[in-house]
Design a protein around this ligand. Sequence first.
Ligand code: FAD
Length: 492
Amino acid sequence: MTFTRRQAILGAAIAQLGAAAALAPTAQAAPKPVKAKDAKPSPVSSDPDVIILGAGISGLGAASLLEEQGAKVLILEARKRVGGRIFTLLDQPGTPEMGFNSMGAGYGRGMDMARRAGVELHDVAPRYMKDPRQQFVLGGVTLTREEWAASPKNPFPAALKSMMPWEIVPVLVSKNNRLKDWADWIAPESAPLDISMHQYLSQLGLSDAAIRLAFDKAPYYGLNGHQSSALVYEFNDGWGKAQSAAGPGSFAVKGGNLLLPQGLAAKQKGDILLGKEVVAISSGPDAAVVTCRDGSTYRAKKVICSLPFSVLRNISFEPGFTGPQAKAVTSLPYQPISIAFLTVSAPYWEKDGLPPTMWTDGPLGQVLAQRYGPTPDEVTGLSVFARGELALAWDRLGKENTLAMIVSELERLRPAAKGLVKGAYYHSWGLEPFNGGDWSYFNPGQITAFAREMSTPVGRVHFCGEHTGTSNRGLESALESAERVALEILSA
Ligand SMILES: Cc1cc2nc3c(=O)[nH]c(=O)nc-3n(C[C@H](O)[C@H](O)[C@H](O)COP(=O)(O)OP(=O)(O)OC[C@H]3O[C@@H](n4cnc5c(N)ncnc54)[C@H](O)[C@@H]3O)c2cc1C
């Protein structure tokens, strides 16, 4: 079976199903969470055909595809829950998302998995679009767009002065994307483009001060522009445009995205063993053996490893990795991001007339109004984000201190909020032992050094996970890798 590149990018599944069928609710009750089935060694009656390490969306997606083809699959998951980076706070108002948020109209595989899981997708774009304005706070002072354009502190070139700092990088990349075909980001010919974002933005006329404000304050990849390859941004830009071309809308699971992996897990025929932290993987002449921290071992002809490289690098792996792949496993970086969820007891923004959503260059980071009530008019809480250096600073401060700092900063900048906001939850993806960051990124030069070799099978072990997708980003990248790895196993 072969896929055209267009199918690889927009999802082979959507071509088969049709977007409408994929989006249609399947009228099932929300699936029940999977319970830890076992704490004892080797409970399975006979060896499975395939052991999948990790019950995130890529592991569950690969399992669903393989079981459909008749394979006997066992999943080992370190956490006491499925979903990995899909993580919804189901007990907080509006069921806020701490991980995966939404999928574009071109997420054919994501939509197919929603259908398989029996969950309903709904368009959340109208909820995002309720907050077109955000409060801009620089050095503790609120500025309107007009005040910012005229401010002596504005470090941007004349043509960009009336743009807000967070608007600038996407616009510059969109206008100056050097990739003729964005899907070639990984091709050897693109190596000369594998430079830092700092260098790229400097070449486009931004000063160091401008780069600090437009990029380093809240980077999606890297702690600052020196650490992040510009090629990834250009790939993102091209891929994002392909998503927009597939149609409008932004889709999330009704009731919370966590219902998607839970629904897939409930449909799984084979066992999913929770609390099984894998510490060693070895390939022998007859079988692969997986060892867990509790001493249990599992054998199969094939293993699929979906673990982030930030975790895999600390696991015993025989035979070892070699060449560019070894470099990738040991050095692929993961982005620090920390998120606080605040509850709000009254709409203080109606008193002070400012938008609830905020972008600050200070310790508060970015505040995003959550609108997950029956209508988008209702604000169900505030998610506050720190990325890069600020996420590390929050983590050093600790959960309780950070929540207290966020509330006091918010009250200082918005006196009308006094007594009305409360820190309810803190989640650091950087401190999560089974992730070590929210997503992988590439330092300058790393795409050229190893991106094409990252998912090469080693012994009896095959690899999937968002970091190994090459034609998509985020959840769709994880599912693209699930499809590839299932095909590798089936054609082996
Ligand atoms: C804050 C945030 C927002 C996001 N927003 C979006 C978005 O809007 N759109 C989008 O497309 N994508 C988004 N993503 C990305 C998307 O969530 C991920 O790409 C996707 O969920 C990754 O799936 P995965 O299976 O590759 O990895 P994971 O979900 O990390 O799965 C790996 C699994 O392996 C398990 N594991 C780790 N170590 C071990 C071990 N030693 N033994 C056994 N099991 C182990 C983990 O517990 C985990 O369950 C977001 C991610 C984050 C963090």
